[in-house]
Design a protein around this ligand. Structure first.
Ligand code: TXE
Length: 478
């Protein structure tokens, strides 16, 4: 049984405990590898390595750091097929999706921030001709990066890249549910001669490894993506230490479809925004609101298309949905479908485990109608291939629905009236609004949400600002 190792100070090392945890292939429903069951003592070694590497790494020129990061980006691209296969096996997602989205984006994350730091700027003020006020943006130290299982390498590198580019060193923890591509990233760092101790990867459980990182006095900054409840735990731990936090949490995203929309495009894109990655993307549109004038037509055609979506072997090119990530998550999603029925919902399609020739955890894409706006199914994040659909009449009504949950991550709006699009976008309580499109991602844009969807923004200059401290220096001109 293949055993992943931690990557500390440029070395592949076993956990101090010598203990390992099982890692499952969700499409087969069986253990296929093991990960270190690391603990605070392993985190301590990683933090010490990162601290020791910080002076040299933060003193490199931007060009030198950029070159090191471009080497990693290039090697990720060169190992695309192997990384995509590993991601699909580990997460259950379709192989074509990992090849097309997850792994190219991981390479792009390193490439984007490797070049962004060459164009980053700061500010300088001429104070009445008497003083110069200039701002230094300095790296902070050892950054803690904690990532989830839905887009494993994509989100892992989304945090690590800006942290490193800004001159910090990193202790990073991937989800224990999908560790494999993080391990392969450490292999890549070793292959390209990435400076030892600059990036350290510690595998293990969140409550042991993640919490040790959050509690560690020498990790002054934490970037986290995961569940809202875990985000609260991290915030509570970090608060008395005044740590700098970026928390990208859950979502319950509205997909608002006005009757003046391009219906063909809205239909086609909504299939993707509802079920991509088995609905396990925090940006998926899980609440569909369709204006009454087209409700019946849209619903009928949407359900007919959903029924055609193939669920099965993630390695098959024609599969749209692979396996959901774990047995506990499989059970959680099915429990929400049962809850929806109890709350008065009508399952229009799906609603049960999918029949496949594999032994893993597959769920049919599910559409549910007839729920009250305030019921739990419409308020809580399911994070699976399940969407609710309901009609609305007026703009005011749908804005109330859309803004009526604890979350505020992303919204999608479908209309041909641009004045309405601008007006509605301005009134949605989310950090991201897509109009007549979905999941268009420009890495320069601010990424994140409000309310229980998190704190702070990732992406572009926002990420470089997060991973540096501004220092204002004032000096007389005479
Ligand atoms: O998140 P967790 P999971 C949502 C989605 C999902 C739920 C749980 O609803 O069902 O969150 O998903 C580490 N201190 N999203 O289990 O548990 C953990 O080891 C420090 C939305 O992935 O939050 C993992 O590495 N770290 C999200 C990471 O946190 C801790 C994407 C995320 O795990 C910790 C994924 C602790 N006490 C899930 N406990 C999005 N916004 O995209 C756990 N961890």
């Amino acid at each position: 049984m293949f055993q992943i190792k931690n990557y500390i100070n440029g070395e592949f090392v076993p956990p101090n405990s010598g203990c390992y945890l099982d890692n499952f292939n969700p499409a087969e429903g069986e253990v296929y590898s093991q990960i270190p069951d690391s603990d605070a003592s392993d985190v301590e070694l990683a933090v010490q390595a990162a601290k020791a590497a910080f002076p040299a790494w933060s003193s490199l020129t931007r060009e030198e750091r950029s070159q090191h990061m471009l080497n990693v980006s290039r090697r990720i691209s060169e190992r695309l097929d192997e990384l995509a296969a590993a991601e699909s096996t580990d997460n259950g997602k379709p192989l074509w999706l990992a090849k097309k989205v997850d792994i190219p984006r991981a390479s792009d994350n390193f490439k984007f921030f490797a070049t962004a730091i060459l164009h980053d700027s700061s500010e300088l003020h001429d104070t009445d001709g008497l003083y110069l006020n200039y701002t230094l943006r300095q790296p902070i130290g050892v950054a803690g990066c904690i990532s989830p299982w839905n887009l494993p390498l994509y989100l892992f590198t989304w945090k690590i890249a800006p942290a490193l580019a800004s001159g910090n060193t990193v202790v990073a923890k991937p989800s224990e549910v999908t560790p494999m591509t993080a391990y392969l990233l450490s292999e890549i760092c070793d292959e390209v001669g990435f400076p030892k101790g600059v990036l350290n990867i510690v595998h293990g459980l969140g409550a042991k490894v993640g919490s040790a990182m959050t509690e560690h006095p020498d990790v002054p900054i934490i970037s986290f993506t995961g569940g809202t409840e875990t985000g609260k735990t991290i915030a509570r731990t970090a608060a008395p230490m005044f740590k700098k936090l970026s928390l990208e949490l859950g979502g319950k995203n509205p997909n608002i479809i006005f009757d003046d929309c391009d219906l063909e495009n809205a239909l086609r894109t909504s299939l993707n925004s509802s079920f991509a990655n088995q609905g396990q993307i925090c940006l998926c549109g899980s609440r569909m609101y369709v204006q009454r004038g087209i409700y019946e037509e849209f619903k009928t055609r949407f359900v007919a298309e959903v029924k055609k979506l193939k669920v099965g072997n993630p390695k098959a090119d024609d599969v749209k949905l692979g396996a959901v990530v774990s047995k506990p998550h499989f059970d959680k999603i099915l429990s929400y479908i049962a809850l929806a029925k109890e709350e008065g919902g009508t399952v229009l399609c799906g609603g049960k485990p999918a029949e496949t020739d594999m032994n893993g955890w597959f769920i049919e894409p599910t559409v549910i109608e007839g729920l009250a706006e305030t019921c739990r199914t419409n308020q809580e994040e399911i994070f699976g291939p399940v969407v609710t659909i309901q009609p609305f009449d007026t703009e005011e009504e749908v804005l109330q629905y859309a803004n009526g949950t604890q979350y505020g991550l992303a919204s999608t709006v479908w209309t041909s009236d641009l004045t309405k699009a601008h007006r509605v976008a301005a009134q949605l309580h989310t950090g991201i609004v897509w109009v007549n499109c979905w999941l268009v991602r420009d890495l320069r844009t601010p990424f994140g949400g409000v309310k229980n969807s998190g704190v702070g923004r990732e992406g572009g200059w926002e990420a470089l600002r997060f991973f540096t401290e501004p220092k204002n220096v004032c000096i007389p001109l005479s």
